[in-house]
Write a protein that binds this ligand. Sequence first.
Ligand SMILES: Cc1ncc(COP(=O)(O)O)c(C=O)c1O
Length: 362
Amino acid sequence: MTANAIDLRSDTVTKPTAAMRQAIAEAEVGDDMFGEDPTVKRLERIVADMLGKEAAVYNCSGTQSNQMALRAHCQQGDEILIDESGHIVNYEAGGAAALSGVSARLIRGRGGLFDVDDLEGKIRPDNQHYCITRVVCVENTTNHGGGRIWPLAQMERVGNWAHEHGLKVHLDGARLFNAVVAAGYCARDFAEYADTVSICFSKGLGCPMGSILVGDTPTIARARRARKLFGGALRQAGMMAAAAIYALDNHIQRLKEDHDNAHVFAEVIAAIDGIRLSVADVESNLVFFEIAPELGTSAQLSAKLLQWGVKINPSGPQRLRACTHLDVTRADIFRAADMVRECVATGFTEIDGTDCAAYAAR
Ligand SMILES: Cc1ncc(COP(=O)(O)O)c(C=O)c1O
């Protein structure tokens, strides 16, 4: 493998820029558990205002934010409604069941998106035989749904339907700003239909870590207790909150570059015989594509690409995901696409893909 591999496994692999490191170094800090970290408090206020909510709590990770939200909304034995591709139900180590005693009823949507028709009939009857349906979970952009973007009108329909039926709405907005930049709507307008929203700073926004959960004051107070319970209470976290504030100021609009790069990558590899991909479905920074089974498996292609200095993870037996981000350039994208073409042209059935076979979650 070459020294400088092009890493398209995830937007979580970005390294903080020099300017972000400077913001980290200069951050004012205090003990967040005592409510005394001024930078964390500033970040929480900024994001709560951005999303039109009363309160916010800064956390370690997107998983933690999502699980804190479920804990804050649900009682043990409750059920959530979520698309079958949802991160919360597939890639959070069974956290809903393990941490909050919550089960999931899966919705078969399209690209991770669903509508009111898909939800009709999914609320359990008010009867002692059944669990209580409590929350509808929406993911925007969808991750394993394909990086797709929820239209604002669809979110409005789903949010209104949930609220009319007495349900809460949680938005897993790990990549909400990708959706905002691509669709051109305002984060606050989208968040209006959700009771809680989680945002990740460590993905497209390029921070070393961190996530935030927003909602009304009592819900966030319950979520804050859950943060402690889950072992995620923080101390001088202002250093990381400073990175998040820097990212909100400087790294949102540039997400368009990642989307353009994803589109270019998709267009080039879609022309390769044996690669299946709908360019029109590439709406943000995630490019999912399939390799024809007669050419080999996704794990084998991933392993060969790795040898050639390109990191792209499998996300199913024939499916792979390439993710563009702050640390890849247009030139990297063309080189990576060339490598895919070369790998397919020279074949890779002799490769042992075992090491690459663990399907990427991120
Ligand atoms: C849609 C979505 N939600 C939540 C998460 C979890 O984030 P973290 O890895 O910070 O726990 C991810 C991670 O990729 C994600 O894609």
